[in-house]
Write a protein that binds this ligand. Sequence first.
Ligand SMILES: NC(=O)C1=CN([C@@H]2O[C@H](COP(=O)(O)OP(=O)(O)OC[C@H]3O[C@@H](n4cnc5c(N)ncnc54)[C@H](O)[C@@H]3O)[C@@H](O)[C@H]2O)[C@@H](O)CC1
Ligand SMILES: [K+]
Length: 481
Amino acid sequence: MQGIWTTERIRAAEDRLLAVTPDGELMRRAAFGLSVHAAEMLAEHTGSVSGRRVTLLVGSGNNGGDALWAGAFLRRRNVAVSAILVKPERAHGPGLAALKRSGGKVVSLEDGPQWISRADLVIDGIVGISARGPLRPDAAALLEYVGSPVLAVDLPSGVDPDTGAVDGPAVVADRTVTFGALKPVHALAPASCGEIALVDIGLRPELGEPDLRRLDTADVAAAWPVPGPDDDKYSQGVVGVAAGSATYPGAAVLAAGAAVRATSGLVRYAGHAADVVRGHWPEVIATGSVTDAGRVQAWVVGPGIGTGHEGRDVLRFVLGRGVPVCADADATTIIARSPDVLDARDPDTPLVLTPHAGEFERLMGSPPGADRVAAARSAARKYDAVVLLKGHCTVVAAPDGRALVNTPRGSWLATAGSGDVLSGLVGALLAAGLDPWLAAGAGAHVHSLAGALAAGGAPTSASGILGAVPDALRSVRSLTS
Ligand SMILES: NC(=O)C1=CN([C@@H]2O[C@H](COP(=O)(O)OP(=O)(O)OC[C@H]3O[C@@H](n4cnc5c(N)ncnc54)[C@H](O)[C@@H]3O)[C@@H](O)[C@H]2O)[C@@H](O)CC1
Ligand SMILES: [K+]
């Protein structure tokens, strides 16, 4: 698992490390790593390093200091470096001196545009982890002239370091080089960060337990159930799907299909779309009602069941079975409107809620806001459930405070029925006995990978995502075997 630390924790760790490190050493480590990435980007985009032009955007803090030092290192490779100081009187002193000594040029804010537009690479050292809010107008105005690739120092300036929120002018980077550890922005704002590189400055021993995590492919491969020689269809976990209606059978077909494709355990279906589900998935044991569905090890409930009496009764019934439940779509709306349905739940049985922003607002009374990790954590505490908050980046929080982010590959998952596929995957993992937080995280990981494979650079559909689940699982497993 990749660890991610909030800026408060990073700063505290940096302070401890600074106290035992010679003055300026950490910044030089960071800046040297940065200069290596800058040279690599120049070589990639122009075919050479020597003689190329790099322009630094330099703010008033240590982030600007990193950029200035990196500029001095690039001079050694005969790169023409110009630095635009956003606040000349507050630029990092030693970094500025180093750049000047190396033969780098300092240009005024007024002359900045021509140096930016002529650059082969722009390095964004405007602000780092101490910044809050979008870029101020003088820095923001410079961005209009950028035509080259952009390398962000630590994080793209203007993006909130702890939430990834973008509320105004902000840098969009091709690559972000960060130091010591990943910060939340790197997981939550992939479109702003571009490719992410981590430069080791010796911070890890000072960091302690991460605040947030991201699953590696290896974690997903290790968690995903694989049948052994002694397994049969029951031993791998039977999942029940209560979804869809006679008018809207699609949700049932998608959720049941995802459960079929996720594991080799048995899938039962209960609801008004039994005939349609059977037609699509002959391996599913389909009945008309949850009351005669038979025993399962987990339920997926909600997609397309409606929010009326019948949906409520179905939800209450499955919550009372003493097995883990993944409550999605209409089920979250029912819970928001009639929280008493949760009385049917044995508090010890896991519940996974999978709201999108609108359903979250219904559940919590207010929208998730900029800090989606905090939002998911508070919903998890309130409902004593694992909360999978859907969005471009999916956040999964457990009632004990554990949280993970799934950073997608592109935005192709935002398509009708995509959530039904996700709930089927999560339900199958719950039935296999996975920890519900891990089940939700691993489900989200494979779902987004299947989405990317299905899309391949063009729009896809929920059926396409479902069809790509086996390829996604194969690729997860092949990367680790
Ligand atoms: N502390 C350390 O040991 C290390 C720090 N490093 C660098 O230091 C950075 C943090 O440096 P600082 O704490 O000095 O602060 P920053 O460089 O993040 O910048 C804070 C400064 O920017 C201004 N500012 C805040 N919000 C702004 C906005 N929206 N628009 C424009 N200006 C704004 C503030 O007035 C403040 O002076 C890290 O991101 C990293 O790049 C690295 O050199 C590694 C070592
Ligand atoms: K920056």
